[in-house]
Write a protein that binds this ligand. Structure first.
Ligand SMILES: [Zn+2]
Ligand SMILES: [Zn+2]
Length: 341
């Protein structure tokens, strides 16, 4: 089968072919696993973090890709009722131990044996992939393959971020950064919390315009002052200035949720500017979002189908995976990027 692999750490400002295309034997499913013929796979900023070594694969090479939609080709000894011919999705959570304190309390995202699709196990930049059946999700008919793919990462983690932000209807929420996750979050907030005003901080005028189209109350650049202090802010940027800035824009008791698997170090000098009185005093909180649970993925797919919620997508041919990665690195972002096979 055709597949793209990550086989080394590389610097995306210098290299234009970070992924290598290879021909691998078609994998097969063991008991409790599904073999999926991949139709579409989303491209995520996390692939950049893997390639540049901030969250490197356990072993090289690995097939990246954790927003996978495809058709079940083999199902062996399965208990979920998923069968060959069914359309399913695979998300960032590939497996967790199922027996630790975190798994038993519904926090399998924090499991010490958490394995990530496309980093700790082969993912969806390939014609086929294998996944444990409990971490595959039936995809409702209302979505095409490319519409469903971004829901599986950006959507699911966006859902988790909004939950962790402590949102309720009427609270003022900020979004700093406006990529694939944030645009789904804005739509999710407009649906679940119709009385809430959304304030979007984004560097690019194109992203700001897009946020207004989707119903943001206010848009501005990272350093612009919003017209009111905010109850909560979700940060989806890869850097630090927006974090420090967001803390200044929170109300007393406000919470900043950082939705980024790793931060780049290019601007970490801004952290030295954190002033306790200005940024943290008055019970302001900072919380990170780590991974997703299978519950987050299922819950988000259900809500997304209810709305129904069609993400803005940009389609790339499978052969153009390297171009999609470079376009994300260079922040050429309008909606979510999806490879089609
Ligand atoms: Zn992702
Ligand atoms: Zn566990």
């Amino acid at each position: 089968m055709k597949a793209w692999i990550i086989d080394r750490v590389c610097d995306l400002t210098k290299e234009s072919q970070p992924l290598k295309q290879v021909d691998l034997p078609k994998p097969s499913a063991k008991a409790g696993e599904l073999l999926i013929k991949v139709n579409a796979c989303g491209v995520c900023h996390t692939e950049i973090d893997e390639i540049e070594g901030r969250t490197p694969p356990l072993v090289y090479p690995v097939i990246p890709g954790h927003q996978v939609v495809g058709i079940v080709d083999q199902a062996h000894g399965t208990q979920t009722g998923i069968k060959p011919g069914d359309r399913v999705g695979v998300a960032w959570i590939y497996s967790a131990c199922g027996v630790c304190e975190y798994c038993l309390s519904g926090q399998e995202n924090l499991c010490p044996d958490f394995r990530a699709t496309g980093r700790d196990a082969d993912g969806g930049y390939a014609e086929y992939m294998v996944v444990p059946e409990h971490f595959a999700y039936p995809i409702p008919d209302v979505f095409t393959d490319v519409e469903a793919a971004p829901l599986l990462c950006a959507g699911a983690i966006g859902y988790r971020s909004v939950d962790l932000a402590g949102m309720s209807n009427g609270k003022r929420i900020g979004l700093t950064g406006f990529g694939a996750s944030a645009h789904l979050v804005l739509k999710l907030i407009r649906y679940r919390y119709p009385q809430s005003e959304v304030f979007v901080f984004a560097r690019s005028p194109v992203e700001r315009e897009f946020a207004l189209e989707l119903g943001a109350k206010w848009v501005g650049d990272t350093m612009d002052d919003p017209p009111a202090l905010l109850d909560c802010i979700i940060d989806t940027t890869p850097v630090w200035l927006p974090v420090v800035r967001a803390l200044e824009c929170l109300k007393p008791g406000g919470r900043l949720v950082i939705n980024a698997i790793r931060k780049e170090s290019v601007d970490n000098q801004f952290l030295a500017n954190i002033d306790f009185a200005r940024h943290l005093w008055m019970e302001k909180e900072i919380k990170s979002v780590a991974n997703v649970t299978s519950h987050d993925v299922r819950a988000f797919i259900r809500i997304a189908a209810e709305i129904p919620f069609k993400p803005e997508v940009e389609i790339y041919a499978f052969e153009n995976a390297n171009q999609a990665i470079l376009d994300i690195k260079q922040r050429k972002i309008k909606g979510a990027k999806v490879l089609v096979l």
